[in-house]
Design a protein around this ligand. Structure first.
Ligand SMILES: Cc1cc2nc3c(=O)[nH]c(=O)nc-3n(C[C@H](O)[C@H](O)[C@H](O)COP(=O)(O)OP(=O)(O)OC[C@H]3O[C@@H](n4cnc5c(N)ncnc54)[C@H](O)[C@@H]3O)c2cc1C
Length: 764
């Protein structure tokens, strides 16, 4: 077009160049575009018929401009001196371009043409400003292009805050797992992988990590805090190792320690801690997983032989999924119904030998391998059957139940039910170790996805450079709230651990509920985080070498073992409902309603017309507003669940049925309660942080956690009139802003996790 006779003779035709460039640059000139431009050309009275013919000829779909022609058109257009700050449309740019080549009467023609061309963008379906942007030669320094990693806080200081008093032990574990001996292996061979994991576990035992929590008299350090830290830090490495370690030293060892008495400690703990005696924790049966009280394996006392007979009465009573049983376990803590003198005293625990030292299964014991699993394939899970095998009476773990010299059952806790729950309560440590392990896996996934997102570039403005994918709003929206969650869970799991370590008898019920709830939300959060991290890394996230594969598959079962999450959350709700116990027994519906009203008092002031519409930053970022919103939700859901249950029961419904009718409601009680704890502990952490750089970034993460949770639950807040639409909209915008701010510090925030390089991925 440029160097044709027509344009030389009538330079006003330059006016059409930006339009032609725009329609041809997307390659396909559609019939409607041709028609629209032809109409415009046709309506220009100042054009001669031959000019019009010439312009029509430029719209022939069969004769598109060549790539070089398009490039030269663009060069010509850019001569007008475009600016990203000017909101110019195609017509305006065309007029300025034509003006460079014309004067006098021709210029006047252009002014007249301007009017009829003003709708051109609309006709072509092009956004005016966007059309002009397409001509800009260089990037325009938009936030999406310029966002980059910033270091506003001291990473080492934040890492130290996360480590707390466990810095030394964490460091030691990191050194061990970075050792060449711990190089992860890539194999499809189950035996090879399981042997490797056993070998690693032995190395750890040799370093004293296995016995860490046991008393000094049995080769330990009596240091439970460090034991949890070892589990957490090992979880950056291979999760089969973590579970093998947890089964041997945690489930097996701790069951001997907590359910047994001195004679058991003396005889077994040392060998368990050194892995001389590999063992299992055999509770689950094929027929009974979540409902352990329903197990059918029997332990029948024979007073003549002073022994118990352990038996699997039917196929459903076989022990299933038992870690360490498939190949290595030589002994197991076996849970069975205690039968003494023909009486069933509920569930008890017994030490039962499974294999001899050479690994040969003992007579009366049949073990099958569970085979390949979705993950954790370095752990040998097995199915166990007992065919009336005899074990000595001393093998009963007798801290809570025993058989006396007269052959009578004895227990300090007379109720079978209460005894059972007390026994389980002592094993709550597993529900602390598992979420802490899962959180480490989530942190690893986030570290990989965030650092990859900071480096990986895709797309960008027309003519500009490609931008890091972490600068895209969706990427920030997908990863930043999960990064905030990781910090939130870290501080709450730390709190749970501390509560457990300093527990008293009175605290136990609360700690058990806290562990059940945090285990559930935290492991679900791990599953969600790793899925998002996988997708955020695109195809690279799918390659096994980049680790998310293993992390995702291995932590999948964390939502089920150590208690199925959905079942556990109902326990949390039931524990919360004990607040209402008094009212349940003596109060009628009227009484409950009064109680609910008194509970709701504070919320009335929060729900005034002014507060529900308040949208300023100062208010939304105020921890008091945030925690009030969480507490209000927790209280309201709890009281309404209580009310609902009460009314079902008052109507004569069986309590099992009433609870079942309210199950979804109860799960929400569990969520709301744990979410409130998560926020409360995060706010406390921010308050207690003295270093100003760390405090600022933690406050930002805490705000992001609080507001993204409120955003997630906004339907509920709107439904309950606690917020109006203006407020939830303002929260949404603030979450956008916080995501974008946290993005800049996301890389250093993952650096503070301090994950050994050997546990990360080649893509970063
Ligand atoms: C890899 C692996 C390792 C394991 N290691 C061990 C081990 O070493 N030792 C050991 O003893 N056990 C072990 N287990 C067993 C594990 O603890 C159980 O799988 C778990 O307790 C769940 O039991 P279940 O599989 O029978 O599921 P179920 O209890 O049958 O649950 C199935 C589904 O029903 C739902 N459900 C069940 N009850 C309710 C209810 N009341 N209300 C609403 N929903 C309900 C659950 O939410 C779940 O979705 C392991 C399991 C696996 C897979």
């Amino acid at each position: 077009m440029l160097h044709t006779r027509h344009v030389q003779e009538n330079p006003s035709l330059y006016l059409f160049l930006p339009i032609f460039y725009t329609v041809w640059s997307d390659a396909v000139l559609t019939p409607s575009e041709i028609k629209a431009i032809q109409d415009i050309i046709n309506s220009q009275g100042w054009l001669s018929e031959s000019d019009k013919e010439f312009l029509y000829s430029q719209l022939n779909p069969a004769l598109p401009p060549s790539a070089d022609q398009l490039k030269s058109w663009l060069e010509e257009i850019r001569k007008v001196g475009l600016s990203p700050d000017k909101k110019e449309g195609l017509a305006e740019i065309g007029i300025r371009l034509a003006s460079l080549h014309t004067n006098g009467e021709a210029k006047e023609n252009l002014q007249r043409a301007a009017k009829s061309l003003s709708q051109i963008e609309e006709t072509l379906g092009v956004i005016s400003r966007e059309a002009a942007f397409a001509f800009l030669p260089v990037s325009r320094n938009t936030p999406t292009e310029t966002q980059s990693t910033q270091y506003t806080f001291n990473v080492d200081k934040l890492a130290r805050i996360l480590d707390g008093p466990n810095e030394a032990i964490n460091k030691k574990v990191k050194i061990i797992i970075s050792d060449p001996e711990f190089k992860r292996i890539e194999t499809d061979n189950l035996s090879e992988y399981r042997e490797k994991v056993l070998q690693w576990a032995k190395h750890l035992a040799h370093q004293g990590f296995g016995a860490m929590a046991y008393p000094k008299a049995y080769g330990g350090q009596a240091d439970m805090a460090s034991y949890f830290s070892v589990m957490e830090t090992l979880s950056y490495h291979d999760l089969s190792l973590v579970i093998k370690f947890g089964v041997q030293f945690g489930l097996f060892g701790m069951s001997v320690y907590f359910l047994g008495t001195e004679k058991h400690h003396k005889k077994y703990l040392k060998d368990i801690g050194t892995l001389e005696l590999p063992g299992c924790f055999a509770m689950t049966e094929t027929g009974h997983g979540s409902n352990v009280r329903g197990i059918e394996t029997t332990a029948t006392y024979d007073h003549v032989k002073k022994s118990f007979v352990i038996n699997t009465p039917n196929e459903k009573a076989r022990k299933e999924f038992i870690g360490n049983a498939g190949v290595h376990g030589q002994m197991g803590t076996v849970f069975a119904k205690v039968i003494v003198n023909g009486q069933d005293y509920g569930v008890g625990a017994f030490l039962v030998s499974l294999r001899d030292k050479s690994g040969k299964t003992l007579p009366g014991v049949t073990i099958k391998d569970c085979g390949r699993k979705m993950g954790l394939n370095g752990v040998d899970n097995g199915v166990i059957y007992f065919d009336n095998i005899t074990i000595p009476k001393e093998n009963m773990l007798d801290r809570y139940a025993s058989v006396n010299d007269d052959g009578k059952f004895e227990s300090p806790i007379s109720s079978d039910n209460k005894r059972f729950f007390t026994m389980l309560g002592t094993l709550v440590g597993g529900r602390i170790g598992i979420p802490r392990s899962g959180l480490s896996a989530a942190k690893t996934g986030l570290t990989i996805a965030i650092r990859y997102g900071d480096q990986r570039r895709q797309f960008g403005p027309e003519g500009g450079a490609e931008v890091p994918i972490l600068n895209y709003r969706t990427h920030q929206r997908r990863l930043m709230p999960l990064l905030a969650n990781a910090y939130a869970f870290h501080f709450s799991l730390q709190y749970l651990t501390n509560r457990f370590l300093s527990r008293t008898e009175e605290d136990m019920q609360e700690i058990e509920a806290l562990a059940a709830g945090l285990k559930s939300l935290s492991t679900w959060n791990t599953t969600k985080t790793l899925q998002e991290c996988r997708e955020c890394c695109g195809g690279k996230g799918y390659l096994s070498e980049n680790r998310i594969d293993d992390l995702k598959n291995d932590t999948e079962i964390y939502t089920t073992f150590e208690g199925d999450n959905t079942v556990l959350l109902q326990l949390v709700a039931k524990s919360r409902l004990t607040e209402f116990k008094q009212e349940f027994s003596n109060m009628n519906v009227f009484g409950i309603l009064n109680y609910v009203a008194s509970q709701a008092k504070t919320s009335i002031s929060e729900k005034n017309p002014f507060a529900v519409r308040k949208t300023d930053d100062e208010h939304l970022l105020d921890p008091e507003f945030q925690i009030n919103a969480f507490e209000y939700r927790e209280r309201t859901i709890l009281t309404s669940a209580a009310k609902r249950l009460k009314s079902y029961i008052d109507d004569g419904m069986d309590s099992f049925e009433a609870f079942n009718q309210c199950q979804d409601h109860l799960v929400k009680v569990g969520f709301a309660h744990i979410e409130r704890i998560l926020l409360e502990k995060f706010i406390e952490q921010v308050k207690g942080t003295t270093d100003s750089g760390c405090k600022t970034i933690l406050k930002k993460l805490c705000d992001l956690f609080a507001l993204s949770q409120i955003e997630k639950n906004k339907g509920w807040y709107l439904e309950n009139g606690y917020m109006e639409g203006v407020k939830t909209k303002a929260i949404r915008k603030l979450v956008d802003r916080l995501c974008s701010e946290v993005r800049q510090e996301a890389v250093p925030l993952t650096e503070a996790f301090n994950i050994p390089a050997s546990c990360l991925a080649p893509i970063i």
